[in-house]
Structures are given as C-alpha cells and as structure tokens.
Ligand binder design. Structure first.
Ligand SMILES: C[S@@+](CC[C@H](N)C(=O)[O-])C[C@H]1O[C@@H](n2cnc3c(N)ncnc32)[C@H](O)[C@@H]1O
Length: 466
C-alpha cells in the first residue's frame, strides 16, 4: 500500500533496523478476530466455537464472523480487532465496579467490558457523536447486559455531572489512526506531519475531564490505535507530570506484545510498563495501551470517605414517575412472562412512555443527553405494555415462562419484519421467540399468528446467508 513519505521516514528514524519489517507489514493481510458473549445462555453454542482461541482473552477467537446471522443478531458473537480486544482485558473490571467508557462508539470495548461485569455494578458508555452513539446503543443492547447507560455527551459535561465517582475509566482516544491504515487504506489521506500533535492536544483535553471523574484509588486505561509517540508514550509522560499521584502499572505482555518506549518520550522508566501492539510482531492491528492508577487511596482515607458520601447524596436526586396503572401493567407482564427476573419498583425509570431498569443507586443522569438511561424494558401504549426488543435479548429462555421455539426459516421471516403463521393453536399473548436456544425477540400470538415486533430500523434479509 502507499504510505505517506514523511510517515515512512518518521518510522525509519524511530525504529531503525526494525523499520523495514514494520513497513512491510502494511502489505500483509489483516487477520480478523471476534469474541463470544458469556452473558448469553450456553454462549459457546455457536458455529465458531472450534476456531483457534486467542491466548490473552478468555472469550476471544481468530476468524471472521458473518453479520445478518442468528448468532450475530442475538449478540452471541462480536467482531473485533485482535489488538483492540486487549484493552478491556487490561481494564480487568470487577463485579460491582462503576466503569466509564468515555469514547465508546461503536462499542467494541464497551460490549466487552459489560460482558465481563456479569450484570453487577455499572458501565456508563459515552459517545460524543450522535450518529455513532446510536450504533453504540444498538451494539450494547445485543449484549443482553442489564447494567449499562448509554450517553451522548462531551467529556466536559460528563465531568460536570460525575464528580470523582468511577472506579475505572477507559479513554480509547480519537487519534491519528495509523494502526488502522492496513485495514482502511483511505485513512492515510488524513495523515500529515503535524497530525499526531494536533490529536495529542485533543487527547489532553479529554484526559483532563476524565481525571475529574476518577475516584481516589481508581484506574485510568488509556489506549489509541496509532503508533505515534506524541499520542502514546508522550501523553502518558504528560499525565504523570500533571497528576504526579498517578502510577503506570505493568501490563502483562503476551507473545508478540512490545513494551512501551520510554526513549520516545521523556525517558521516564515506568513508560516501559505500557504496551505496544505492532503488526510486524503481533497478530492484530496497531494499538497502544497504558494502565494508570491513582495511588492516593491508601493515604487519604478522609477524602475517600467524602467521595463515598457524595456518591450516595447524588443518587437520591432521581425520581420515579410511573403512574399506578403503569406499574400494574408492568407487574402483570413481569409475573406472566418472567420466572426469575425481579425488578423492584424503586428501580424503574420512565422516560416519555419508555420504561427502563435503572438501579436506584446509580448516579443522576437527568441533566445529560442519553440514548439509553438503563436497560429498556418496554413502552406503555394506550393501557397496555409492549416489551422491548432489548429486554428480549437480555433474557435467557430458561428465565421466562412463555417461550416459543421457532425454526431458522421462521427466524428469517421475523428479521425481515414478516408475521409468522403457526401450524398449531397456542394460547394468545406475549412470547419470547427462540431459535436454536437463542432468544431473538418478542412476538405476540393472536390466533395462530405471531405479530412481529422486530424494530423497523434493524430489519434485514438473512435469506442467502444461512
Ligand atoms: C477510537 S474511537 C472509539 C472506539 C471504541 N472505543 C470502540 O472500541 O469501539 C474514538 C471515539 O472518540 C470520539 N470522539 C471524537 N472526538 C471526541 C472528543 N472531543 N471527546 C470525546 N470523544 C471524542 C469519536 O467519535 C470516536 O467514536
């Protein structure tokens, strides 16, 4: 592929003898990867489970996944670059933590983070660009997770609302994208000599806001998909200067992963703890990851206590505005449909006519633009409750009373938006529709006809793909 002349000479200087292998890697083939989703029932029951496993991600595999298939639509598989999937692994989220993914669309890292949280704690997944935030919300809903919020805000507004409340913050920063050149040749057209420095300025602005939201003792995970030291080691060196209580923690380096390069920044020894994923050494695209810890926790118990108090005070601000009639409609649906899925009335949140699960302890988001203020349960329509597609994907067939098993051909009809005719009479009402053990939506049975509630914007023709 054609690389900008100045790009070539920059990396010849930086890499010396290693430069020719690095530059040659731009002409080699991109290797693809994907993850399976452990939140799904029997999640390894897919056609991909015998693919070669990735050593550094328990749910990661080498190979290509097809869109417009049952496994993809139901969120069992997510296609992701083999390098990008190491970021959420480095974040090592623990059940119960509050995590912020600040630059989240289209959602590769957010989907992986939430899948590792097993419905405990909270993931706030934010994207500044509205169009991209819509895609993020769709990808998040396919995970079937219960514990996420999708926001569409700029980092400064978030920081104004979320004062030092997150255990972990992921900043997968907008960058010069050099690591994506091999995948997207067009990306080279944006490149110029000063581009990395321009991107670094924006990265610093984002990081200043991120730091306001990090709890004492919290961890910041910073990543880019570029090789540029200005946006990688030099950004971490700058962070250490601005926030001297931050420490760069070592990241485990698997085969082919390189140490960060202190000599490409200010020589700070701890920069070696960061990781560079370089395509001439590693089976994936270019990436940089740093893990930083706020070390103040142990020494500053008093401040820590005040931050906990702040969290409790903030969460009281939210209000629940369901009418009695709406509450009854939801409870009726819940009792008929669900075996184990209990939501307390205090954890219900109404936005317009849409009902969400929003844990009463979560932070107040009423002053921010949201795409999903929690798990969407459904919508109230003229004295009835219609369950959402999102809820269907969040349920295991074994958790529900009314399950309707359909064939692959019937699933194809459903994702096209068609009604499905049944051969036999079954009781009228709502059913969780299931194909090959995978819940793919809700349908309302009326006299042997399954009415279709698959969202119009998501419909597709899967006819020739299976
Ligand atoms: C590298 S991409 C994120 C990829 C994502 N984390 C994933 O794994 O799918 C960076 C994102 O930052 C967003 N962005 C651009 N400018 C921003 C800004 N000033 N503040 C916050 N986010 C920004 C972009 O819209 C883009 O979606």
């Amino acid at each position: 592929m054609h690389l900008p002349k100045d790009f070539v000479s920059k990396y010849e200087k930086l890499l010396g003898a290693d430069a020719s292998a690095f530059l040659a890697s731009f002409d080699s083939e991109v290797e693809k990867g994907f993850r399976l989703n452990p939140l799904k029932q029997n999640y390894q029951n897919t056609s991909y489970s015998s693919n070669e496993k990735v050593s550094y991600i328990p749910t990661g595999y080498y190979g290509v996944v097809k869109g417009n298939t049952l496994e993809h639509q139901t969120g069992y598989v997510y296609s992701q670059d083999l390098s990008a999937m190491y970021v959420a692994q480095v974040a090592n989220v623990k059940h119960g933590e509050w995590v912020l993914d600040l630059c989240a669309a289209p959602g590769g890292k957010s989907t992986q983070l939430v899948e590792n949280m097993y419905n405990e704690g909270l993931l706030v997944s934010n994207e500044i660009n509205h169009k991209r935030a819509t895609i993020l919300a769709e990808n998040m809903e396919r995970t079937g997770a219960h514990n996420y919020i999708v926001l569409n805000e700029d980092p400064a507004t978030l920081a104004h609302n979320f004062d030092a409340i997150f255990d972990k913050i992921i900043v997968d920063a907008p960058c010069s994208g050099e690591g994506m050149f091999r995948k997207d040749h067009q990306a080279t057209s944006y490149w110029h000599q000063d581009y990395a420095v321009e991107c670094a300025k924006r990265q610093k602005t984002i990081l200043v806001e991120a730091m306001k939201m990090l709890k004492l003792g919290g961890e910041l995970i910073y990543s880019t998909c570029t090789f540029a030291p200005e946006e990688d080691e030099q950004i971490i060196a700058w962070l250490l200067e601005e926030y001297p209580y931050l420490q760069v923690l070592p990241i485990k380096k698997y085969s082919g992963m390189d140490n960060g390069r202190p000599d490409w920044a200010n020589g700070g020894a701890s920069l070696i703890n960061t990781v560079r994923l370089m395509p001439h050494h590693f089976r994936g695209e270019g990436h940089f990851i740093a893990l930083l810890k706020d070390t103040r926790q142990e020494n500053e118990n008093v401040s820590k206590l005040s931050s906990v108090k702040k969290k409790k005070k903030r969460s009281k601000k939210r209000t629940v505005s369901l009418t009695k009639e709406q509450l009854i409609l939801w409870q009726e649906f819940n009792q008929n449909m669900m075996k184990k899925f209990t939501i307390l009335p205090e954890d219900l949140y109404l936005s317009g006519d849409y009902l969400y699960y929003y844990n009463r302890n979560w932070p107040d988001i009423s002053q921010m633009k949201f795409m999903r203020p929690g798990l969407m349960l459904g919508i109230f329509k003229k004295k009835r409750f219609e369950p959402s597609y999102t809820l269907a994907l969040a349920l295991h067939p074994s958790e529900t009373n009314n399950v309707l098993q359909l064939s692959m051909a019937q699933w194809q009809e459903y994702v096209l938006g068609n009604v499905i005719q049944l051969d036999e009479q079954i009781p009228n009402g709502w059913y969780l529709l299931v194909c090959e053990e995978k819940a793919f939506g809700f349908g309302k049975v009326v006299n042997k006809t399954v009415k279709n509630f698959f969202p119009k914007g998501l419909r597709f023709n899967a006819g020739n793909k299976i």
